[in-house]
Design a protein around this ligand. Structure first.
Ligand code: TMP
Length: 239
């Protein structure tokens, strides 16, 4: 795949323009950030794991009927995706309380929610990605009512598929963050990534986090946990 210019560099990924204007190359980086990049590090091999795990999971939800931007894996750290216009919102789906909802609402960690809870955050690093309501989204025209409906429906579908998939691997899907984009034809599809950087994944028997909380909370063995997720998904070891 012939790469021309870099379009954008984010905290965990770089996007490159390719010879095909409808496609982008995504390079997953080794860098890790938390708390709106106030905490930073780099772990050699992290980008390869998130690239490969994300490719597996995007492909899997695709086979289950979720439209995604994923096209194919290119190499250890790169994948090809459809170019879409990213909706400036992050959707978080929570099955169990953890992280910011506990801090914000004073609820204890580990409470199972009766139904999955969907939250919207505005994608704006300068503001620290604030929580927003559907009325904010409509007032400021970040998305239309039909976009909101489509994103929520897809987010709940992805959550349902992955919760069941991970349960079969003895992993609890606590919560996950998803982003969506609009295709040139006007359809909303799943974009960005699905990896231990963007989900909370707990070992079902021990309750140990196997995700980025190991970095956020200084629990150690970040790469080992990501490798464990890879091993359970594919049944293969990863160097
Ligand atoms: P939170 O509890 O910190 O709001 O995070 C909810 C989920 O979203 C968790 O799986 C981590 C993920 N997440 C991201 O992928 N990017 C972010 O910038 C944040 C804040 C959370």
């Amino acid at each position: 795949m012939q790469v021309t210019d870099m379009l954008y560099e984010g905290k965990a990924k770089k996007l490159f323009i390719t010879e095909d204007p409808s496609m982008l190359l995504v390079e997953y980086k080794d860098s890790l950030t938390a708390f709106n990049a106030r905490k930073k590090s780099s772990l050699t091999g992290k980008g390869s794991l998130t690239n490969r795990i994300s490719a597996e999971l995007l492909e899997f939800v695709g086979t289950q009927g979720v439209p995604t931007h994923f096209v194919r894996l290119l190499d250890d750290t790169c994948q090809l995706v459809r170019r879409v216009k990213i909706i400036p919102l992050e959707l978080v789906v929570r099955n169990i309380t953890a992280g910011s909802i506990c801090r914000r609402l004073g609820v204890e960690e580990g409470m199972e929610l009766k139904d999955p809870l969907v939250e919207f955050y505005l994608k704006n690093d300068d503001l620290g990605d604030p929580l927003v309501t559907e009325d904010h989204i409509l007032s400021f025209r970040w998305a239309t009512p039909s976009d909101i409906y489509a994103m929520k429906k897809l987010a709940l579908q992805v959550n349902r598929i992955l919760k069941e998939f991970f349960a079969g691997l003895e992993i609890i899907l606590v919560d996950l963050k998803l982003e969506f984009g609009r295709t040139p034809e006007g359809n909303i599809i799943l974009a960005d990534e699905i990896s231990p950087d963007t989900c909370r994944l707990w070992d079902a028997s021990t309750g140990e986090p196997l995700d980025k909380d190991r970095f956020r909370n200084d629990l150690g063995n970040v790469l080992g946990s990501y490798r464990e997720i890879w091993r359970r998904i594919t049944g293969r070891e990863k160097k």
